[in-house]
Ligand binder design. Structure first.
Ligand SMILES: Cc1cc2nc3c(=O)[nH]c(=O)nc-3n(C[C@H](O)[C@H](O)[C@H](O)COP(=O)(O)OP(=O)(O)OC[C@H]3O[C@@H](n4cnc5c(N)ncnc54)[C@H](O)[C@@H]3O)c2cc1C
Length: 158
């Protein structure tokens, strides 16, 4: 198993991003408006799953730690404070799987299904996750052939 995976039980050094920054409580207040909560949820899940679908199949250790830190911070900063707090409980039960695109996408599908179950929504078939979140971004292979996906112009520092 990849060393950065939460499930490995290994100690992860996040340097300055440690302690309460990653593991504190919800930063946003409770979100009362059900319509806004649902809209926010749909948009956020879309981002979340698409991010997993675009995560490298063979990430570096830093890529994996970046994803892990993102998920921890997402679970603190999510703008529905009560949702964020439920989500942090899920992260304790199901630590983020960050060793590859497949494991991250499968994990995200699983935790979304946990939320679906709690909200009494239908469960998603996670076998279809790969096709469903193909964002049509599709320039990766061509660009990777020339310069490598990591060096795409948008990623370059000014
Ligand atoms: C981290 C988080 C925590 C949340 N906690 C709460 C909460 O505590 N209380 C609350 O009321 N709302 C919560 N929400 C919002 C809630 O999950 C829904 O987003 C919202 O209710 C709208 O639901 P929906 O039926 O439109 O579909 P959503 O659950 O928003 O899903 C959007 C679309 O994603 C697809 N999908 C469904 N399940 C999966 C899956 N397992 N994997 C991949 N794709 C899938 C389907 O095509 C679906 O139409 C939370 C959202 C997030 C992101």
């Amino acid at each position: 198993m990849h060393e950065a995976d939460g499930a490995s039980g290994g100690v992860v050094d996040f340097g300055a991003l440690s302690g309460n920054i990653l593991e504190g409580g919800s930063i946003a207040p409770k979100l009362e408006n059900a319509t806004i909560k649902a809209e926010l949820g749909r948009a956020s899940w879309k981002l979340f799953h698409t991010m997993m679908a675009r995560f490298p199949e063979k990430p570096t250790e830093e890529d994996s730690l970046a994803l892990k830190a993102y998920i921890q911070l997402f679970a603190r900063l999510y703008p529905c404070g009560d949702c964020a707090s439920h989500f942090r409980e899920l992260l304790k039960k199901f630590p983020p799987q960050i060793s590859s695109r497949n494991s991250a996408a499968g994990w995200a599908c699983h935790v979304h299904n946990q939320v679906n179950e709690r909200l009494k929504k239908p469960l998603f078939d996670c076998n279809n996750i790969g096709d469903f979140y193909d964002c049509g971004c599709g320039d990766e292979k061509k660009a990777a052939g020339k310069a490598g996906a990591r060096d795409l112009a948008l990623d370059k520092k000014e």
